[in-house]
Design a protein around this ligand. Structure first.
Ligand code: UD1
Ligand code: CA
Length: 463
């Protein structure tokens, strides 16, 4: 008979040690809330049902999870009085005595699918009533310690342990598989810790053994996968581990990472082969970079689509935008959200683009602001061109058609339309539409006064 697998994710804790207003499992690692990784593992296994125990900051967690995992079910733990109490709340949602229950802490994001799958298989094979994962840590501080006497196991929380037990390096990972039948019985029998008054889930190990049921211990030699995040220090450490894993995967897929110690790429970023990423770049989730791209140092890219062959020169920022093939961006360029930069466009230094589209082969190479504009193909935007898109009340649109030539230091006072192939004289303030092929020029005529400089010198005393 097929037994179902229910997964309970514990996510109600305050996370006191984080000293934060945000619930702990919602803190990001690799650009995703840590609970996201745990949910992914539960889905992959696969779980027949996922139950998330929420409490502290439950609105923000439920909002996030329900948008992405429609089938996830929430139970509310009213008071955060321990992991056993959290599980007890969740067991009220389970019914079938033949089922298995996987319990995961919401603060263990580095766990791999391979480890969980193997644990599940070994647990099934062993026909145990409970299995728990342990690992040996060089620094076991903060974790529950696993005490083994013959075939009997006890898990003791650090806060309840004496010096001798604290020296034990085998730790409880907080990952359990347990038969529903044994779980419901055992969970009722957990007593509060005499030291902290909390109900420890770890007690079920002792209780289920005392019920003469079989226990299995799954020791993993991948301790980095079971790191629990309790404070900012372990958060930073996990970030590092996750980032290195990401970079290793990218390198294995043909991406050159010039200096992996100083490159930061979030978990869900994709980069095509023969692309190069130079140091001190932050490439954030939602970003997809094609092949043969060069991402120079100091660049920040967030939620953007960068097509093949693009070069992003140093210290540029690209956010929530699309960049076409073989375009060149930067140095020091800023592409703000909702921009579409088509193939072969050149955006140069100190150019800001906001909510605008630039057609193929268009160039804006120096010191410009292009906002709320639709710019055609092969347009030349001279140095210092500004779209004056804001009149103090609302944003107005600028349209520049194909092959127009915008002279340097032009102010395009929107709403305004520049026709195909039109030319704008340098330093013009353009407030009226310019027809196709016309010259638009707005500037007073130049006067030259002969000999002025000499006259001024003698008047002011020849200095
Ligand atoms: C827990 C284990 C410890 C193990 C470690 C592994 C217990 C008593 N201890 O300790 O043996 O080594 O994980 O990382 O289980 N939570 C609730 N409701 C509560 C309390 C906690 O939902 O009332 C949730 C938290 O949000 C968290 C998880 O349970 O996701 C674990 O709680 P945490 O306080 O982090 O336990 P640890 O002290 O790390
Ligand atoms: Ca923890």
């Amino acid at each position: 008979m097929h037994t179902k697998l229910y997964t309970i994710i514990l996510a109600a804790g305050e996370g006191k040690r984080m000293k934060s207003d945000i619930p702990k499992v919602f803190h990001p690692v690799g650009g995703l809330p840590m609970i996201e990784y745990v949910l992914r593992r539960a889905i992959e296994l696969p779980s027949d049902r996922i139950i998330v125990v929420v409490g502290t900051g439950k609105e923000i967690i439920m909002d996030y999870v329900s948008k992405r995992y429609e089938d996830a079910f929430f139970v509310h733990q009213n008071r955060q009085i321990g992991t056993a109490d959290a599980v007890k709340t969740a067991t009220h949602e389970l019914t079938d005595l033949e089922d298995d229950v996987l319990i995961l802490n919401g603060d263990v994001p580095l766990l791999s699918n391979a480890l969980l799958k193997d644990f599940y298989e070994q647990y099934k094979k062993s026909k145990s009533s409970l299995g728990f994962v342990s690992a040996r840590l060089d620094n076991p501080a903060g974790y529950g310690r696993v005490i083994k006497k013959g075939t009997r196991f006890t898990i003791l929380e650090e806060r309840d342990a004496d010096e001798k037990v604290r020296k034990i390096q085998e730790i409880n990972a907080g990952i359990y598989l347990v038969s529903y039948k044994a779980l419901v019985k055992a969970i009722e029998r957990v007593e509060p810790s005499p030291v902290t008054g909390e109900y420890y889930l770890t007690d079920i190990v002792r209780i289920i053994q005392s019920m003469k049921k079989k226990i299995m211990n799954y020791h993993t030699d991948k301790p980095e996968q079971v790191i629990g995040i309790n404070d900012r220090k372990s958060l930073a450490f996990s970030e590092k581990v996750l980032n290195q894993k990401k970079l290793t995967r990218l390198m294995a897929n043909g991406v050159t990472i010039y200096d992996p110690d100083n490159t930061y790429i979030e978990h869900d970023v994709a980069i095509g082969k023969d692309s190069i990423v130079y140091p001190n770049c932050f490439i954030m989730n939602g970003t997809k970079i094609g092949s043969r791209c060069i991402i120079w140092n100091g660049t920040i890219i967030k939620n953007a689509r960068i097509n093949d062959g693009v070069e992003v020169k140093p210290y540029s920022i690209i956010e929530q935008s699309t960049v076409g093939r073989d375009a060149v961006i930067g140095p020091y360029a800023r592409i703000r959200p909702e921009s579409v930069i088509e193939d072969n466009v050149h955006i140069g230094n100190f150019v800001e683009i906001k909510k605008s589209s630039l057609g193929r082969g268009t160039k804006a190479n120096h010191l410009s602001y292009i906002g709320d504009a639709t710019v055609g193909s092969r347009v030349n935007i001279g140095a210092g061109t500004i779209t004056c898109n804001y009149d103090g009340f609302k944003k107005n649109l600028t349209v520049i058609e194909d092959e127009a030539f915008i002279g340097s230091d032009t102010a395009l006072v929107a709403p305004v339309h520049v026709g195909r192939g039109a030319i704008i004289g340098a330093a013009s303030a353009i407030t009226k539409d310019v027809p196709t092929g016309a010259l638009g020029i707005e500037r007073s005529e130049q006067r030259n006064i002969e000999g002025y400089a000499m006259k001024r010198k003698s008047k002011l005393g020849g200095r």
